[in-house]
Design a protein around this ligand. Structure first.
Ligand code: URP
Ligand code: ZN
Ligand code: ZN
Length: 491
């Protein structure tokens, strides 16, 4: 017996067609008109769209960062993702100090034991020693085909130009893609120290420590290196004109360069949100910083004209009101200690959050929530707002992420033989986004009060229903690691 999705309209990156979809086991086995329903469970999709499950290729679950850990893990973050129509994500497994890339994988595989939806890892390189260089080709054998390097976060994740260049040379040889966080971390450090020395400590100064120029400069540097090495490049969370212009120049020269922006950059602004009175602006501190209405126009143009290929979330959420003291004390007493062990003692304990940066913007953990909201907000602002078509919506949120990161057509579309990750989407259903009702483990929502029209009503992961309305049917361990292929196309 299969599951037969009847009377819906399938949206792929290229078409909207009325057809039935038959799912048997984990796969789509037939697409056609009037498929005989005998022996199958029928899901009536009249008036609904059938879309491939969303793929968010930029998330940070349970990441040790900014003096704390991001809140959502592979349990809570996965449920939240699925309630928003996202059935797969790629997280960044970060190389630990002094450790190997396989050490990073070990740590992230442990976190992923909780997985409720499908996932993969990008490998975040922080220290490219010779033996680490030799490890790179072995990653592809394990289904990991993307590396990430940070050109910012001085003394934390930042690498130098030589490291980036060498990583690109090695990745190019093995058909892997290099991703960069593009901001000039040296200039950022100088600006930050200068601002703090002038007593400029409120959240809004975070913006002025990371102006568009430092994003544009670093983007250009990475784009040029991609042209020189022939390595596919994917620039994450692009936000502003100088960066988009660098991307356009590289693409016009035929370099293998691509980029994404994130959903939050289409909504929150420096002036209204980051500049909110008191400490409120801390809720919106992320890097690169939230920009303004002008940049929103730039980004819509870039996703429309193909300068950018994908929209992700950079989901990395921290409590607005966390708990600053207890973990630090415990960790001191236990000589560093193990975070999981500490948390297990008191499940109601809140990780330290944005409040770490009261009185000093540079200590506010960088990152925002969004894994649940991406599809609904992009549909609402993009499709309902007349900016992008439904097919482009699917392309940006599902199909291109799968193509760029080597898992198409298994993921990212609805086609015979592909995984049955299917979102039943009701374009007429409205929902008011709120921290009171969302599933993310965080005490605020960037889109609080936004009334979106269009949302998932049911979500299937490899043929199994995980979401039906407000009900959750997934379980820990039901999410699978998805092995990816090298030599993915440049779009
Ligand atoms: O502010 C951000 N973006 N935090 C997450 C880490 C990163 O830079 O992607
Ligand atoms: Zn980043
Ligand atoms: Zn990120």
């Amino acid at each position: 017996m299969g599951t037969l999705f009847k009377n819906g309209t399938i949206i792929t990156a290229s078409d909207m067609i009325q057809a039935d979809v038959l799912v048997e086991g984990e796969k789509v086995t037939l697409i056609g008109s009037n498929i005989d329903s005998k022996g199958h469970e029928v899901v009536n999709c009249k008036g609904k769209y059938l879309m491939p499950g969303g793929i968010d290729v930029h998330t940070h679950l349970d990441l040790s960062f900014g003096g704390t850990y991001s809140n959502d893990d592979f349990d809570t973050g996965h449920k939240a993702a699925a309630f928003g129509g996202t059935t797969m994500h790629i997280d960044f497994a970060m190389q630990p100090k002094g450790g190997s890339l396989h050490d990073a994988l070990k740590i992230w595989r442990k976190k992923a034991e909780l997985a409720q939806v499908d996932y993969s890892f990008h490998l975040g390189i922080t220290d490219l020693r010779d033996e680490v260089m030799d490890e790179i080709p072995t990653l592809a054998d394990e289904g990991i085909t993307s590396l990430k390097l940070f050109m910012a976060y001085k003394n934390v994740f930042q690498i130098d130009d030589k490291t980036l260049y060498r990583a690109m040379q090695q990745a190019a040889k093995h058909g892997m893609i290099v991703m960069v966080h593009a901001e000039n971390g040296d200039v950022e450090e100088q600006l930050r120290l200068q601002l703090l020395s002038e007593g400029k400590t409120d959240p809004i100064w975070h913006y002025y420590s990371r102006p568009p120029e430092i994003e544009g400069e670093a983007t250009n540097r990475a784009v040029v290196m991609s042209g020189m090495t022939g390595c596919s490049l994917y620039v994450v969370h692009m936000t502003c004109d100088p960066a988009i212009e660098a991307m356009r120049r590289g693409r016009a020269q035929g370099f293998p360069v691509m980029g994404e922006t994130c959903v939050q950059y289409f909504h929150v602004t420096r002036d209204k949100h980051l500049g909110a009175p008191g400490f409120e602006g801390a809720k919106y501190v992320c890097s690169p910083p939230i920009r303004n209405l002008h940049e929103q126009g730039t980004l819509w143009q870039a996703v429309k004209d193909g300068t950018l290929q994908a929209v992700s979330t950079d989901h990395c959420d921290f409590w607005y009101e966390g708990s600053v003291g207890p973990w630090q004390e415990w960790s001191k007493a236990h000589n560093g200690g193990d975070w999981a062990e500490f948390e297990a003692q008191d499940p109601t304990y809140r990780r330290p959050g944005k409040d770490l940066g009261k009185g000093d913007f540079s200590k506010i953990p960088n990152g925002l929530p969004g894994i649940e909201d991406r599809m609904m907000v992009m549909w609402h602002l993009g499709v309902n707002g007349g900016k992008i078509s439904p097919t482009r919506f699917v392309e940006l949120n599902c199909t291109n992420p799968a193509k760029i990161f080597g898992m198409y057509p298994r993921k990212g579309t609805i086609s015979v033989g592909g995984d049955a990750d299917i979102v039943v989407w009701d374009p007429k259903k409205s929902h008011t986004i709120s921290a009171k009702t969302h599933h993310m483990r965080v005490d605020y929502n960037l889109y609080e009060g936004m009334k979106v029209k269009g949302m998932p009503t049911q979500v299937y992961l490899r043929g199994k229903k995980v979401v039906d309305g407000d009900n959750w049917y997934g379980s820990n361990g039901s999410g699978q690691f998805i092995a990816r292929k090298p030599y993915a196309p440049v779009l």
